[in-house]
Design a protein around this ligand. Structure first.
Ligand code: TRP
Ligand code: ZN
Length: 906
């Protein structure tokens, strides 16, 4: 209903409806949940039957639960509280007998029953209004299509239920809806039947035999087009595959389907895990809080992670679709068949499944490049999170709102911790651990400890100390000192570890993959005194505060290639000379460390230039360093994507990670000066890349993707050093591009240019893009995002103006993120503006937006948690914005938790 009104009108209606709904905002009103308080459920479910009568304003739901008392829980009063929020209760029956109103209690959190027998059938009738659900949690409407999002605690917004992941049951679901409006009716599992109830209503029945918790429930109903395909498992099961979405989008689903089939084949081949139902359905909707959701047999996706074609999607989009499709598919085993006992175990499924999707992409494309991208993200976003007020272990100890813990730490650091087992045990050992984990826990709800135990037991290894990776927050710092003894031909490496600010933290198990190189770049055999073998690469295990390793037979001081492939999520503290980094850059057998060497040299220049009163890049950049970078640029033996990554300047967060206070303007100046100077000195090479002939054919091979990225980088640099040369090249690339990657790259450079000579072109191209793609949501998100990430001084006013546009649909999270999310996270210089204008911009938006979509609002608010390392004037502005939000009447629990933690002690 609300969906059909204009955004501003909807906003007004919502604001009036929502104000006065909550009267909390104080710590006391928001309960903290603690990991150690876990209690098993008092009742188990043997079966769930649900019947939905779908309607925008009044959906009626009948549920029938077959219930059995949990004999392990003492419960003499037969007491049971079912979770339920924002529901209208119509009736309760036990074994067919209606309960009198006095026989149960209902409050805003749930329904409490007493005196329950050993076994019974519980029936509950409820009513909800999906069209008014702007939080997009529970049952809601996107573009006229009914859909659900139940993770983590959305099912309780559908009906009264034990909404916790350790209560599993098979489900039978009956969907009834308007025949014309909902020709497609989907739920989990296999289809049973469909029939017309009467000329206006239609019914479909679905059956999911695999026991699952409520967070994996899903339904979809609407008028959707479908792309169908099939996959035969190695065991001979014929699986029908379908991707459903709005008719206008269906031509953009081919790549997602191909990705799904690759993922299904890979999981069988690499882990022996095959699909277990007759159908696998994917539905793509425009309005979605996150990327996608792994509901059993019915994955629901944000269109952003399904739709692609060369004209409208970039290479990054294509790769993102492939990896998210795979991620959700892989959850079928790691998440669904084996689920989580409680939400503190979230990383059990997310860290593991991210690790699996990373491996999938690495096997399919260029492994080193995937690793570089993942580590870049980890350092730019997870390391700061782990050093800020929201820092938590991958297995958190407590939360106020679980949705706030779907973090980079749980996902990305969680994946790094899973990768550690692989590094320590080897591929075969890791596979043995996985097999045992699945064998032991299939069909049940497990813990992170269960996973660690399976890895240990399958390999006869003691992983007791390894638990600290789950229990301690913060990025460990690993200091490395080296000493060469020429006389004894010995080389000694001394490691010491700590977590900054946590003197009490115990030592972690840190695998350090390394090699030694001669000055000529040749690999030196690694002969440890204790060992007969001398391989060219080793994994040293540092598991005490200080550890020393002595290599024999090292004639002269070697170059050390440390932490190859980023073998552990730590910050390395060691001094490497330019000379050593240049050897690594050109000769290391580990491509990741070649990239790292370039990044180290660039990063230290940025810091030096940021510190200088009068930054002089020419003096900072020796001939040797420039030559080294030029060699990388031209090195045809390196994948072009890796060359592009090596020369991409490090992120502001990464450059400043070790600093206590950050003057972001100085860092920005350092980056700008460095970029211009490098661009000037490398100009002929950059031009050679841009002018190299290219195939007119669009392809997604790693080389084609890498070449587009490298060309974009060169054009970007040339636009700084030689704007008048680049100007016509960019205009031409924009207009004649045969794919979105090239078109958007040109548009980005022009949109972000600060050179006044680009003003007219900027207006022209932004106008052209708008005309070409108006109404195409995902494509226009890019247009909003480009403007919001511009370094131009006017960006805050630009965003305030863009917010007023009719196509700024505040109910669509992608659009809100495209304007405010990218500003807060990807435009740090303007977001942290000294006058506080960036913080105020976000704060003003969140003040309204929190009432509409608390989950997405809280995610945006987390950008405000990074203020402490900035200059004092900025700190004062951030505190003011945060306090104003915290003190708002009716602020959601989600946003309240973030802002109050961001303000803690302030
Ligand atoms: N489990 C999903 C995934 O990572 C993500 C998810 C968690 C989610 N909570 C959500 C998606 C809420 C949408 C909305 O694969
Ligand atoms: Zn996931």
């Amino acid at each position: 209903m609300l969906q059909s009104l204009s955004p501003c009108k909807r906003l007004r209606i919502l604001a009036s409806r929502i104000s006065g709904r909550f009267h909390m905002g104080s710590a006391a009103a928001h309960r903290t949940v603690h990991r150690l308080d876990y209690q098993p459920p008092p009742f188990w479910l043997d079966a769930v039957w649900l019947q939905f009568d779908l309607d925008d304003a009044s959906t009626r739901l009948r549920s029938r639960l077959t219930v059995r008392r949990n004999p392990d829980v003492a419960n003499p009063e037969g007491l049971w509280t079912l979770d339920g929020e924002a529901l209208t209760l119509l009736g309760v029956r036990i074994d067919g007998q209606p309960l009198a109103r006095a026989a149960y209690e209902v409050d805003e959190h749930g329904l409490t029953l007493r005196g329950l027998p050993e076994h019974f059938e519980l029936e509950v009738d409820t009513r909800i209004a999906p069209a008014d659900n702007t939080a997009l949690s529970g049952l809601y409407v996107s573009n006229g299509v009914y859909c659900t999002q139940c993770e983590a605690e959305g099912f309780r917004r559908i009906t009264y239920f034990p909404d916790r992941p350790d209560v599993l049951a098979p489900y039978r679901v009956v969907l009834r809806a308007d025949r014309a409006r909902c020709p497609v009716l989907l739920s989990n599992g296999n289809p049973v039947s469909t029939r017309a109830i009467d000329p206006r209503r239609v019914e479909a029945v679905w059956d999911d035999p695999h026991p699952k918790p409520a967070y994996l429930f899903a339904l979809v109903a609407g008028d959707l087009a479908c792309r169908s395909d099939a996959f035969t498992t190695s065991a001979g099961r014929e699986v029908s595959l379908n991707i459903f979405t709005t008719d206008a989008y269906i031509d953009r689903t081919a790549h997602a389907m191909a990705s799904l089939k690759r993922a299904m084949a890979w999981d069988e081949q690499r882990y022996g895990l095959a699909y277990d139902l007759d159908v696998f359905n994917i539905v793509a909707v425009d309005d979605f809080n996150m990327g996608a959701m792994e509901n059993k047999g019915l994955n629901i996706f944000n269109t952003k992670y399904v739709l692609t074609d060369a004209e409208t999607a970039t290479d990054t989009d294509f790769l993102g679709v492939e990896s998210v499709v795979a991620h959700e598919y892989f959850h079928n085993w790691t998440g669904n068949r084996v689920t989580c006992r409680d939400w503190f175990q979230l990383s059990l499924k997310e860290g593991l499944t991210v690790y699996r999707d990373q491996e999938f992409s690495s096997d399919l494309h260029v492994r080193a490049l995937k690793r570089i991208e993942d580590v870049r993200l980890l350092k730019a976003r997870q390391f700061p999170e782990d050093a800020g007020p929201m820092a938590h272990p991958i297995r958190p100890e407590s939360y106020v709102e679980i949705n706030n813990f779907y973090t980079l730490t749980v996902y990305e650091k969680g994946a790094e911790v899973v990768r550690l087992y692989d590094t320590l045990l080897g591929e075969d050992g890791f596979r043995r651990g996985m097999d045992l984990y699945i064998e032991r826990h299939d069909g049940s709800a497990a813990t992170c400890d269960d996973f660690r135990r399976a890895m240990a037991d399958a390999n006869g290894v003691d992983f007791t100390q390894f638990e600290r990776w789950y229990a301690q927050a913060g990025t460990p710092e690993l200091r490395v000192d080296s000493h060469h003894d020429a006389e004894l031909q010995r080389f000694t490496l001394t490691f010491s570890q700590r977590i900054p600010g946590q003197a009490e933290a115990g030592p972690l198990v840190i695998p350090v993959r390394l090699g030694l190189l001669g000055r000529d770049g040749g690999a030196i055999p690694l002969r440890l005194a204790s060992d007969a073998e001398a391989p060219l690469e080793r994994v040293l295990v540092v598991d005490s505060r200080v550890a020393q390793f002595v290599f024999e037979g090292v004639a002269s001081p070697p170059v050390v290639s440390l932490l190859r492939g980023f073998s552990a999520p730590v910050t390395l503290v060691h001094t490497v000379s330019d000379a050593d980094n240049l050897v690594l850059l050109q000769h290391d057998s580990d491509l990741f460390n070649r990239w790292q060497a370039a990044q180290d040299m660039l990063g230290s220049r940025v810091r030096a230039l940021a510190d200088a009163a009068e930054p002089d890049a020419t003096a900072e950049l020796s001939e040797a360093v420039v030559d080294g970078l030029a060699t990388v640029l031209r090195d045809g033996s390196l994948p072009p994507g890796v060359r592009a990554e090596a020369l991409t300047l490090p992120d502001v967060n990464t450059v400043t990670a070790q600093l206590d206070t950050v003057d972001i303007d100085a860092v920005d100046r350092g980056l700008t000066v460095l970029k211009r100077s490098l661009a000037e000195r490398l100009a002929p090479h950059l031009r050679a890349v841009v002018e190299a002939p290219r195939s007119a054919q669009f392809s997604l091979t790693p080389d084609a993707v890498g070449e587009r990225a490298l060309r974009a980088l060169c054009l970007d640099w040339l636009s700084c050093s030689d704007p008048s040369w680049a100007h016509p090249v960019l205009a031409d690339q924009y207009h004649s591009a045969g794919n979105m990657t090239d078109r958007l790259a040109a548009l980005r450079i022009v949109t972000h240019a600060t050179d006044p000579g680009y003003e007219a072109l900027r207006a022209e191209l932004l106008g052209d893009y708008e005309q070409r793609y108006t109404g195409d949501k995902l494509v226009m998100d890019k247009w909003f995002a480009l403007q919001a990430t511009s370094p131009r001084g006017a960006v805050v006013e630009d965003i305030r103006r863009l917010r007023q546009r009719a196509d700024f649909d505040v109910l669509n999270p992608n659009r809100a993120r495209a304007l405010f999310g990218v500003f807060a996270f990807n435009n740090p210089v303007r977001f942290h503006a000294a006058d506080g204008s960036g913080y105020r911009l976000l704060g003003d938006f969140l003040a309204d937006y929190d009432a509409i979509n608390p989950q997405t609002a809280a995610r945006l608010a987390s950008a405000l948690a990074q203020w402490r390392r900035h200059t004092p004037a900025r700190q004062a502005h951030a505190r003011a914005t945060l306090s104003a939000l915290r003190d708002r009447e009716g602020l959601s629990r989600d946003t309240w938790e973030i802002v109050s933690k961001a303000l803690h002690d302030a």
